[in-house]
Design a protein around this ligand. Structure first.
Ligand code: NAD
Length: 405
């Protein structure tokens, strides 16, 4: 099939690359000229294991193209994906500016009957709005169907997750459109859940809210374990072996960050308030998550009797989780801001994030001649450090229960 993908971020680029790998012809479009020129040269603007190789292979095979021009992207396409960002607005609700613009871009430029597939995470009812915007602005005399197809990939495992996802959710009002989208994914051989559009939109928010709640739950249990002399990792393992619970997302730490959980939990909580149906569990999970990084900071401050002015603090890891360069809502940024505000000097090492002013080049620089070391992201690379021998005279704060004792 001939496909266009709007947005070449973590979701759009991975979707485009994987669809080309399974035999479709894909044109990815982005308004960011710098990104597109890099992509045309075969360079991925994001760090994602396995992505570069697959991109190069499919560009070479003539199945994967990049452009900034909507007309060019849509000229042969019968399926157009929307994978633009839906960031958090000031109110907590999802900001739909990019989605609305993408819908207008489609309306003004498509020349074929088109199935528009909304992959971005959007509030319940947004697919209806996208359809209305397109139909109101349509220039050509063509048919348009809008299908919801939320994405569940994890950054750092995005390629793997797209090939081996647990399910593909297709929410449509038209059976025919739903079947075509199912055919598109057929080579992946994954289970398909077909629903109406609003249920598909809700599946995405409910899934993220549930996983975020699981993390906040184990974090609160962890705080209690610390006071009661219990070992939270043993507790998580003991709980996780129960099939009804499962071990995934029971890793205690300084809380979730990233481009999805923080904004998606806020967005669904906002919708709950808007519809006078408060999601009190999700609201609590959000509060608990923020409190977790505050508690971690407080431990560091307590160690220095509340005064970190002039102290040198090493930080291991900046990305919000391992195997990604994504810093959106990363706890590291909060910690750097709060420590520097109090006069500390932060020296941070991350295997892929290199552009912050606090970055040092080697692990050694971050762990020697410092007053404390904060382990913030559990990168595999840090497993090689013998903390007992290499980190002299400085206190270690392990924000990820990473260091084996
Ligand atoms: P991103 O911010 O990394 O990328 C979005 C891209 O869209 C940017 O490159 C931007 O320039 C481009 N764009 C914006 N408006 C455009 C337009 N009109 N035409 C062409 N390009 C345009 O976003 P992301 O992390 O890939 O997330 C995209 C969506 O997928 C969001 O709704 C997000 O919640 C959801 N999602 C993200 C993940 C994840 O792990 N990142 C996982 C599941 C779902």
């Amino acid at each position: 099939m001939n496909v266009a993908v709007i947005g070449t971020g973590y979701v759009g680029l991975v979707t485009g690359v994987v669809l080309s790998e399974i035999g479709h012809t894909v044109t990815c479009i982005d308004i960011n000229k710098h990104k597109v020129s890099k992509l045309k040269e075969g360079q991925s603007p994001i760090y994602e294991p396995g992505l570069d190789e697959l991109m190069a292979k499919n560009i070479e095979a003539g199945r994967l193209y990049f452009t900034t021009n909507h007309q060019e992207a849509f000229v042969n396409a019968h399926i157009v994906f929307i994978a633009v960002g839906t960031p958090q607005s000031h109110s907590g609700a999802a900001d739909l500016t990019y989605i609305q613009q993408a819908a207008k871009d489609i309306a003004l430029n498509i020349v074929n009957d088109t199935i528009v597939v909304v992959k971005s995470t959007v509030p319940i009812g947004t697919n209806d709005i996208v359809e209305t915007i397109i139909k109101e602005n349509l220039v050509a005399d063509v048919d348009v169907n809008v299908v919801s197809n939320p994405e569940f990939l994890r950054e750092g495992h995005a390629i793997h997750d797209t090939f081996h996802g647990d399910r593909i959710v297709i929410g449509a009002e038209s059976t025919e459109a739903s079947e075509i989208v199912e055919q598109l994914y057929k080579p992946l051989g994954l289970p398909v859940v077909r629903t109406n559009r609003r249920s598909a939109e809700m599946i995405k928010y409910a899934s993220n809210a549930f996983l975020a709640t699981k993390i906040s739950f184990i974090n609160e249990i962890s705080n209690l374990c610390e006071k009661m002399g219990a070992n939270v990792l043993d507790v998580a393992n003991g709980m996780g072996l129960d099939n009804r619970i499962g071990r995934a997302f029971l890793n205690p730490g300084i809380g979730y960050g990233g481009s999805c959980f923080p904004k998606d939990t806020e967005a669904i909580a906002y919708i709950g308030q808007e519809y006078d149906t408060p999601l009190t569990i999700v609201e609590s999970a959000i509060k608990a998550n923020f409190r977790q990084r505050e508690l971690f900071l407080q431990k560091v401050l307590d160690y220095f009797n509340g005064n970190v002015a002039g102290r040198s603090i090493g930080m291991l890891g900046l990305a919000f989780k391992p195997n990604t360069d994504d810093l959106r809502e990363a706890p590291s940024l909060y910690l750097i801001k709060e420590l520097e505000k109090r006069g500390a000097n932060v020296k941070a090492y991350d295997p892929v994030v290199k552009h912050l002013t606090q970055c040092v080049v080697t692990i050694r620089e971050a762990i020697t001649e410092v007053d404390a070391v904060l382990l913030v992201t559990e990168w595999d690379e840090f497993e090689g450090i013998n903390f007992n021998h290499e980190v002299f005279n400085s206190k270690i704060f392990d924000g990820r229960f990473f260091i084996k004792h």
